[in-house]
Design a protein around this ligand. Structure first.
Ligand code: G4P
Length: 534
């Protein structure tokens, strides 16, 4: 057998062990708590509470920007890698703050599955919905977790209907709660029919004790609570809400688990489902629509770029999702868009702010490449066998502001910061092709502007002023339509870094009127363009 085959086999085996996923949720649904409990169950932290600070109530490990610490939030995504049941789990952390940013969307481009966390008292909330739309566009398989079952909430049967009605995803409960809300005792595992009873541990700091009872025993010991849960389970069976692997992998149904991240009830079932149900990395489509085999030489794409993660080093880190082959630290790669060689001497696996140098990585893993100053979001890097993966879709901005350096003599710093933060995707930077040099910043969430302003001042030494604009909605357009729009009131055409044109409108109404009066105009919606979504 040749070495190439042996290497290929090794890559395939390693890829099969990987599960790369992200948690999507509305703020406060319990994502941070659940992340921490995953680490607890995987043995990556000895006791829960290590990740979440007691005083701040927020994760300390990923709070590496001063702004984050100031506001007690986690703005930027990090990657947590841990071993569980002989598998390697890559948990891509989407920022959980109230203000939305593009970063969150882009992280999903690097995931193979998502866990959607819902608060049992609230059901689907605004941000869950937005994030779910990205999952749908990418046909990501979604596992649902009904969290906070330890306290009074809504009727879970009613929530199943709501999930299906609101997002068109059919939930298929795998576990079902026993005990009324507020008196949550355990779950029926529908696969075995057994009752799993949980016992609380102090502060949920260690794994919940589990006791397994068969039906007869459960009926004797749990009485009414057991009978009610059994009836509900019979109902689920009657309507055919059963686990279906195929439709789950297609993003049509969602295995549903119930529990409480706080008390650890049901956390193990959920983590097991990530291993048993979520798919391992699969060959990715390249820009030409051809799937690159997992065993092909190393390739990956950048889904996030971050400068100055470590203020002491002033570095740029590109987060690369490995798509094929084996990554080995020190290998020289080619940067697909420039054709230039790229050294990987400084590669890091990332756990919040703590960086370990990594020696190797396989499909599904995330590698942090340091000194990646020429690399942009969406760029491909490969070893041999040239390849380019499709661009990560840019999302339709909803907020627009012009920006200027407050002090004229700081113009150079201003331009440098602007260009760097644009490259990192902190904000989109739009320019007037007609000549007005004042850049317009575009974002999906207000927080992006705050991060921009803060970093411009603290990292680049340029204090900036932002002025709001009246625009609220954007469409992609072409040169011919741009010419038609030029003299209209309430519309402005600006260019992005790649020279694509965006038409900004003061109101949705104005846009709709134009669309109906001029169906020949090119006004493409930007959001979740599934043909370009990975
Ligand atoms: P997020 O990352 O999605 O924003 O949510 P996070 O985990 O920070 O949880 C938000 C709040 O909900 C926290 O309370 C947390 O303790 C609580 N929580 C999470 N999971 C559960 C659960 O299963 N049951 C119950 N009852 N509560 C849960 P907090 O008071 O805001 O913060 P803290 O002081 O407890 O840290």
């Amino acid at each position: 057998m040749s070495t190439i085959t042996l290497d290929g086999e090794r890559v395939a085996l390693q890829a099969a062990r990987r599960r790369t996923f992200a948690i999507i949720s509305h703020p406060d649904a319990g994502k941070t708590t659940l992340t921490e409990k995953f680490l607890l169950y995987a043995g990556a932290v000895a006791e829960a509470g290590a990740v979440k600070t007691r005083e701040g109530g927020r994760r300390a490990r990923s709070d590496w920007m001063a702004l984050e610490q100031q506001r007690g939030i986690s703005i930027t995504s990090t990657v947590l890698q841990f071993a569980y049941r002989g598998h390697v789990v890559n948990l891509l952390d989407t920022p959980g703050h109230r203000d939305f940013s593009e970063d969150t969307y882009r992280v999903l481009a690097a995931a193979d599955a998502a866990v959607m966390v819902l608060d049992v008292a609230k059901g689907i909330e605004a941000q869950t919905l937005k994030l779910f739309e990205v999952c749908r566009a990418r046909r990501l398989p979604v596992i649902t977790f009904l969290n906070k079952c330890d306290r009074p909430g809504r009727d879970p049967l009613e929530l199943l209907d709501e999930i299906e009605a609101q997002i068109g995803l059919r939930p298929t409960p795998v576990t079902w709660p026993v005990g009324i809300p507020g008196d949550f005792r355990g779950v029926i595992d529908r696969r075995s029919g057994q009752f799993v009873r949980f016992a609380r541990t102090t502060r949920g700091a260690t794994a919940a004790e589990e006791q397994i009872l068969d039906r007869a025993q459960a009926s004797i010991e749990e009485g009414v609570a057991w009978h009610q849960a059994s009836e509900e389970v019979a109902l689920l069976q009657a309507v055919g809400a059963d686990l279906e692997l195929e439709s789950f992998l297609q993003g049509e149904t969602s295995p549903l688990f119930v529990g409480s991240a706080l008390t650890n009830f049901g956390v193990r079932h959920l983590l097991d489902a990530v291993i048993d149900l979520a798919p391992p990395p699969a060959p990715r489509f390249d820009a030409a629509g051809v799937r690159r085999p997992l065993e092909a030489p190393f390739s990956g794409f950048v889904f996030k770029v971050q400068a100055n993660m470590n203020p002491a080093h002033r570095d740029h880190v590109a987060f690369v999702r490995v798509c094929s082959g084996r990554f080995e630290r020190g290998m020289t790669l080619t940067h697909a868009s420039s054709g230039r060689p790229f050294s990987t001497k400084h590669a890091a696996g990332l756990f919040g702010s703590e960086r370990d140098t990594i020696e190797e990585a396989y499909p599904g893993d995330i590698v942090g490449l340091v000194n990646a100053s020429d690399v942009r979001i969406g760029d491909t890097l490969f070893e041999h066998g040239a390849v380019s993966f499709p661009a990560i879709p840019t999302f339709a901005p909803e907020l627009f502001a012009t920006t200027r350096a407050r002090e004229a003599d700081r113009y150079k710093q201003f331009r440098r910061g602007l260009s760097q933060l644009e490259r990192e995707g902190v904000v989109q930077v739009l320019q007037d092709p007609e000549g007005d040099p004042t850049p317009t910043l575009a974002a999906v969430g207000q927080m992006q502007f705050e991060v921009f302003t803060y970093r411009m001042e603290h990292e680049f030494g340029a204090v900036v002023d932002l002025s709001p604009t009246p625009y609220t909605v954007a469409r992609r357009t072409d040169v011919a339509t741009a010419r038609e729009l030029r003299d209209r009131r309430g519309v402005k055409v600006l260019a992005r870094h790649d020279n694509s044109l965006l038409a900004l409108f003061e109101s949705e109404y104005m846009l709709r009127r134009l669309e109906s009066d001029h169906p020949e105009f090119c006004l493409d919606q930007l959001l979740f363009d599934s043909s370009t979504a990975r």
